[in-house]
Design a protein around this ligand. Structure first.
Ligand SMILES: *[C@@H]1O[C@H](CO)[C@@H](O)[C@H](O)[C@H]1NC(C)=O
Ligand SMILES: *[C@@H]1O[C@H](CO)[C@@H](O)[C@H](O)[C@H]1NC(C)=O
Ligand SMILES: *[C@@H]1O[C@H](CO)[C@@H](O)[C@H](O)[C@H]1NC(C)=O
Length: 193
């Protein structure tokens, strides 16, 4: 009896390991809604998130999908580039949340004051942006028109609650302050493809 349950446990550990490494090493084969696929991806270290993209050197655009798998219709998610630092101030954000009628996806530049994630244009063009929520998984799809300083820069991602139907402050501790890093659209993290 004990032998059976031990090997069952061993098998489920193996399956879990396989699924984890599959998810990490093979995110290029992850297929999104509308069969969208991206050549490169990076699993972000905190907040159940990953960033997937295809960089087009011919016109310096990037098609991307930011996934957060731990959200709901009462929370917002955001992903940003921030050439000014690994911080909130100056972040050029893509934001999505569920409003009274739809999934609202928009751009929001953060100044130096207290961020309210108000809608506005970024320091670069965003020809398209949309988002989907499926269960606990929010995905923001966007195309960015990059400039040379944005090819390799800082990225910031975040999530928080809604209050009165609009984004409210996120936690200012733990994983919510560790959600910064760098991204290089040309090279990505090819080892994980
Ligand atoms: C990754 O996906 C490709 C295409 O679906 C597949 O051929 C390859 O075997 C996968 N690699 C791993 C490590 O699972
Ligand atoms: C950029 O180039 C890619 C690849 O040639 C193309 O698919 C895409 O539509 C172009 N994007 C824009 C915004 O011109
Ligand atoms: C909700 O989001 C949709 C899609 O972005 C937008 O068209 C609509 O104006 C938003 N409604 C409100 C009340 O903000």
């Amino acid at each position: 009896m004990e032998r059976v349950s031990k090997s069952a446990l061993f098998c489920s550990v193996l399956v879990a390991l396989f699924l984890t490494s599959y998810a990490q090493q093979n995110c290029s084969s992850f297929t999104f809604e509308n069969n969208k696929q991206y050549t490169t991806c990076s699993k972000l270290p905190v907040l159940s998130s990953s960033i997937h993209w295809t960089y087009h050197s011919s016109n310096n655009t990037v098609d991307l999908a930011f996934r957060n798998t731990g959200t709901s219709s009462t929370r917002w998610v955001a992903w940003a580039l921030n050439p000014s630092g690994q911080q909130m101030a100056g972040s050029q954000c893509l934001v999505a949340y569920t409003n009274s009628t739809a999934i609202h996806a928009y751009t929001s530049p953060i100044g130096s004051g207290i961020p309210s994630l108000q809608e506005g244009s970024l320091s670069f063009e965003v020809p398209s942006i949309s988002a989907t929520l499926s269960g606990t998984e929010m995905t923001i799809y966007a195309t960015l028109q990059l400039t040379s300083e944005l090819l390799s820069t800082n990225q910031v991602w975040q999530e928080g609650p809604l209050s009165g139907g609009v984004p409210a402050s996120h936690l200012t501790s733990g994983n919510n302050v560790a959600s910064v890093g760098t991204i290089d659209f040309r090279t990505g993290d090819k080892k994980r493809n």
